[in-house]
Design a protein around this ligand. Structure first.
Ligand code: ADP
Ligand code: MG
Length: 682
């Protein structure tokens, strides 16, 4: 590596190797033991690690440190403190001890808490998450942390993720041990996240206030030739984009993120980046860094990086694919069909648990992919439908079918054996499915591009842990030799009971929507409707039983999500009014005035009349929007308000967009000076 472009790989990470170098041997050993057993750090060890971490950070030119955490805003937060302090005599010294490493007290009052902190206690604390490595960014040592209230309620995205990881580890390890994998001590959810994004020229971006404020263009007429943008896919990546990608890669490599960047096939100026999979919490941390670095590097290269799910109407939006598997400390992937009969049984058992979990908690999974931007994608024939279903692939389905249809034992076991030949590439033919089996992992494809992938993984971990737990109960007092038959019976039962969630045809089709309704599968069309179902009895029971959330935390999170929905629509309303009144209407008026002079031409009269009709119709619709918005905004309950926004305000915004688009189509481009889609995308 020394002489290659990768020589700086992980140079900004306090990795295991760096720890080994900077910590006394016994401290390093102790740390590994504590980490392995998920134990608590004692003061001596913490002080020693803090010392090593500080020495390393200062050697890299750091002056500050911060507890880096993920509040419910969905982005990350940090408060920088200098390593420098004064001693008793007022002399400058460098100070950073175990206590500072472990615990922080950020000024937390401005982070959303869904009322948690105002009802209890205003303070919030951050605690070091030693399972994710510390790293350096912009001369600041960043210490990944969880964020909790005075009474210990989670105020962030990381705390529940760590809890759900411990939960699924406990249940999956126990099950693996019971079915012949005696050495397993730990199981880790492994996650690989594919991230999509758009790049557009920064000067154009800055001329579109809607894009800057809301993340998307509130109107915009597609390019004259329509949606035939496919030709872009085949074109080479422009040199400027290449320079951008090179720097993104280098920045991410320094942070120890194994990333490959690739051109995306969907829309012009849309790209995708996928790091290698790793432990779920690290993958989530890395995704936050990736989103941040994409934006910063884009800025440097004269671009704006758009992470919104639907920045451009009528052009495919951006998502995030969450590739998920469970892997033991002994290297067993539960979703790998393997070669032996033992492996096949394990595969069918865990796959059954997964199918049962998804079919039992579709509302929660749907919620985990819900955010206002994603409402423009899910169910809109370019992204998975809003209906949760699983694509297993014909091969896996046919085998399960045989098990379910009660073949003789011999047939069953030969068929199960056949699983080892699943061609990994051939399992992923269906791109329209929200959840797909892809060789040795499940890919959850519903996530929005802009949001933290933490909650989807909390949900995946918890629902699978729950089905595993239920299965464990059925084999509690069974002898090892009885277990094989119980597994086969369970697989059979699961696929009889839960086959309604399996679907392998075109998920974009109207027939599927009808078929899914017949099957009784929920079709939750918008994020606010998904949020409203967060506290369904079964969800509360699941999440509290496994101690992933308390009821109070669920209520708080539901409130935060609903508030975020409401704020996001409010911002769109205000931005739309601003854009229409400050730009569009003046453009129209100016153009109409211009026709006065040539009014004897039949063409000019017609055109002027058309412009006047657009102007009147737009003005009328803006008035209605203003009035409706005012009347709905007085509703106090956030969920209720959000639902009203969704049913009344969102359609009005779409309606106004249509008129502006009609106008833009014929507008005099010397007058209509806002950047248009063709200008922004080519
Ligand atoms: P696609 O065909 O969807 O582009 P890839 O094979 O390129 O999929 O993988 C996408 C992501 O899945 C990558 O981040 C990759 O590291 C990750 N991945 C591969 N195997 C696993 C696994 N066993 N568990 C979790 N993620 C995985
Ligand atoms: Mg994918």
């Amino acid at each position: 590596m020394e002489k290659t472009v990768f020589k700086d790989f992980a140079s900004m990470v306090f990795s295991k190797d760096v720890m080994k170098e900077y910590l006394p041997k016994d401290v390093f050993k102790k740390f590994l033991e504590i980490k392995e057993s998920s134990g608590t750090l004692d003061k001596t060890t913490a002080d020693a690690i803090a010392h090593g971490m500080k020495e390393w950070a200062i050697s890299k030119g750091c002056t500050h440190y911060t507890h880096w955490f993920q509040p419910l805003t969905g982005s990350t937060a940090e408060k920088h403190d200098a390593f420098i302090d004064s001693d008793d005599e007022g002399k400058a010294i460098i100070r950073f001890d175990g206590k500072t490493l472990i615990k922080g007290e950020p000024d937390a009052s401005s982070f959303p808490s869904g009322g948690l902190r105002s009802t209890f206690e205003a303070r919030g604390y951050t605690y070091w998450d030693y399972t994710s490595p510390a790293f350096i960014r912009n001369g600041v040592l960043c210490i990944p942390s969880v964020f909790v209230s005075y009474y210990g309620e989670s105020l962030d995205k990381k705390g529940p993720l760590l809890k759900s990881m411990a939960l699924v580890s406990e249940k999956a390890s126990e099950l693996l041990r019971k079915i012949g994998y005696e050495d397993v001590k730990k199981v880790t959810p492994m996650v690989g996240l594919e991230q999509e994004y758009f790049l557009i020229d920064r000067p154009l971006y800055k001329e579109r206030m809607d894009l800057m404020l809301t993340g998307r263009t509130l109107f915009g007429h597609a390019a004259p030739k329509g949606q035939e943008f496919d030709d872009h896919y085949f074109g080479a990546i422009p040199t400027r984009v290449q320079a951008f990608m090179k720097e993104v890669n280098e920045e991410l490599w320094k942070l120890g993120i194994f990333v490959k960047t690739e051109h995306n096939e969907v829309a012009p100026m849309q790209f995708e980046l996928a790091p290698l999979f790793c432990d779920a919490n690290i993958a989530v941390d890395q995704n936050q860094l990736i989103m941040d670095i994409l934006k910063r590097v884009a800025h440097k290269h004269g671009y704006a990086c758009l992470l919104h799910e639907k920045p451009f109407d009528s052009i495919n939006g951006s998502g995030k694919h969450n590739n998920y598997s469970l892997v033991s400390d002994t290297g067993v992937n539960v979703f790998d069909a393997g070669k032996s009969e033992k492996d096949h049984l394990k595969f069918l058992l865990f796959t059954s648990c997964f199918v049962k979990a998804v079919d039992t908690y579709p509302e929660l999974l749907r919620l985990s992919a819900a955010n206002p931007g994603n409402d423009f994608r899910l169910g809109c024939n370019e992204a998975p439908p809003a209906i949760i279903s699983i694509f297993l692939g014909d091969y896996v389905e046919s085998i399960i079918d045989e098990v379910v249809n009660g073949k003789t034992k011999e047939t069953t076991s030969t068929t199960i054996e056949g699983l080892s030949y699943i061609p990994k590439d051939a399992t992923d033919r269906n791109r329209t499915s929200p959840v797909a089996f892809t060789g040795n992992k499940f890919e959850f494809r519903m996530l929005g591009s802009s949001v933290s992938p933490s909650f989807p993984n909390v949900v995946l971990n918890t629902i699978i842990a729950d089905s595993i737990d239920e299965f464990l109960k059925t084999i509690e007092d069974k002898k090892p030799e009885e277990i094989k038959d119980i597994i086969i019976a369970f697989v059979k039962e699961t696929f009889e009971k839960h086959s309604k969630v399996l679907f392998s045809k075109n998920g974009y089709s109207e027939e599927w929507v009808e078929e899914a309704a017949r099957r009784g599968l929920p079709n939750i069309k918008s994020s606010i409707e998904a949020i409203a179902q967060f506290d369904l009895d079964k969800n509360v029971e699941l999440l509290t039983k496994h101690k992933v959330f308390t009821k109070v935390e669920i209520d708080a999170r539901k409130e935060v999500l609903a508030e975020q929905y409401v704020s996001s629509i409010s911002l769109e309303v205000k931005s739309m009014l601003y854009m229409a009144e400050s730009y569009i209407i003046p453009f129209m008026e100016k153009e109409i005035r211009g026709y006065k002079e040539i009014s004897e031409s039949v063409f000019a009269v017609k055109r002027k009349d058309l412009l006047v009709s657009y102007l009147d119709s737009l003005a009328l619709k803006l008035d209605t929007l203003r009035a409706t918005y005012a009347s709905v905004s007085i509703i106090e309950d956030s969920v209720e308000k959000g639902l009203k926004y969704r049913s009344e305000i969102v359609p009005m915004l779409a309606d106004i967009k249509d008129i502006i688009n009609d106008y833009e189509k014929i507008a005099n481009k010397e007058i209509y000076t806002l950047p248009t889609y063709p200008e922004m995308l080519y």
